[in-house]
Design a protein around this ligand. Structure first.
Ligand code: GLU
Length: 312
């Protein structure tokens, strides 16, 4: 399945910006390559630009060695961003690396405080889950416990944004019209957790706003995050959200999701076995249903996968 290029061209500015945003919690696998094929393929087919951002907000799980390996693997695949790490990125701070952007996130919190209710919260995930009556592995809806407690921000306390009821409708470029009410999905949104880490939802939305991202292309597992990101972006002062495009995920033959430790689909491992970059891109495109056979395809050929008039 592929999005309509005509539809995207109608909805996006010329020279639009999209982004590739890996988290350096492990090595790239074929699932990440599929996402890269969509990102670069659609950008190159429509005259857009790609920004590369390192999403290392989770300080416990992210590693510099993984960041380095991801940059090397993208290079090897021939996937060059238009806005991306400069040579100094490897050794020094960058606005494209989330762990270097605390000041930007603090500034966004200050901006939110002027238009919305931001409050400190000392509830643990477990306590929220128990109150909400959900299993520990399911995202619990925050029941608003600390909203009116007026706690002072302090170490050991998280920071939340009050979320009012209301649907956020959007038309996904591949999944069609959707509407979710973030107040029912997650309740008051966690901005910073109790150990002081910025959350995925907050960091990704602030980044997409401040970097001027027009098109978000990512896997279907993040479709449910979209409404809350649209709401947050509006509260941050961005009335028109980006266009979202959620594509299918790759699964192993036993139905489980690919993970960064799967050796049979890791870009590093396929490289070590002598596959070329074009062969890896071709296999990922085949497994995603974007071509009928795993024919090798190099990075410059990716737009042809999305041109429905081309023969495959
Ligand atoms: N950093 C996220 C990941 O690697 C992607 C986030 C997004 O595209 O919104 O899964």
């Amino acid at each position: 399945m592929r999005p309509s290029l005509d539809d995207l061209a109608r909805r996006l500015p010329s020279r639009f910006l999209t982004r590739y945003a890996p988290s350096p919690t492990g090595y790239l696998h074929l699932g990440h390559v599929v996402n890269a094929i969509y990102v670069w393929g659609l950008a190159r087919a429509l005259g857009g630009r790609v920004l590369l951002r390192m999403e290392d907000h989770d300080r416990q799980r992210c590693r510099k060695t993984h960041e380095q390996a991801i940059l090397d693997d993208l290079d090897w695949l021939g996937l060059e961003p238009d806005v991306g790490p400069t040579p100094s990125f490897r050794g020094g701070p960058s606005p494209l690396r989330q762990s270097d952007c605390a000041a930007e996130y603090e500034e966004a919190v200050a901006r939110l405080r002027t238009s919305a209710c931001v409050f400190a919260c000392d509830c643990s995930r477990r306590a929220i889950g128990q109150r909400a009556g959900t299993r520990v592995d399911v995202e619990p809806r925050y029941p608003g416990t600390c909203r009116a407690r007026d706690l002072e921000p302090a170490p050991g306390r998280g920071l939340r944004l009050a979320i009012d009821p209301g649907d956020e409708p959007f038309t996904d470029a591949m999944q069609g019209p959707h509407a979710h009410d973030p107040s029912r999905q997650c309740g008051d949104l966690l901005i910073r957790d109790r150990v002081g880490q910025w959350t995925y939802q907050f960091a990704v939305t602030v980044d997409d706003c401040r970097q001027g991202v027009d098109l978000v292309v990512r896997g279907l597992d993040l479709l449910e995050s979209t409404a809350r990101q649209i709401r947050l972006a509006r509260l941050l002062g961005r009335p028109d959200p980006p266009v979202f495009c959620h594509h299918g995920l790759l699964f192993r033959s036993d139905g489980t999701k690919l993970s960064k430790s799967n050796r049979d689909t890791g870009v590093r491992d396929l490289r070590a076995r002598g596959m070329t970059g074009a062969a890896v891109l071709g296999r990922a495109a085949f497994e995603a249903g974007l071509q009928a056979e795993p024919w090798p395809i190099d990075a410059v050929g990716l737009p042809s996968l999305f041109d429905t008039t081309a023969r495959r």
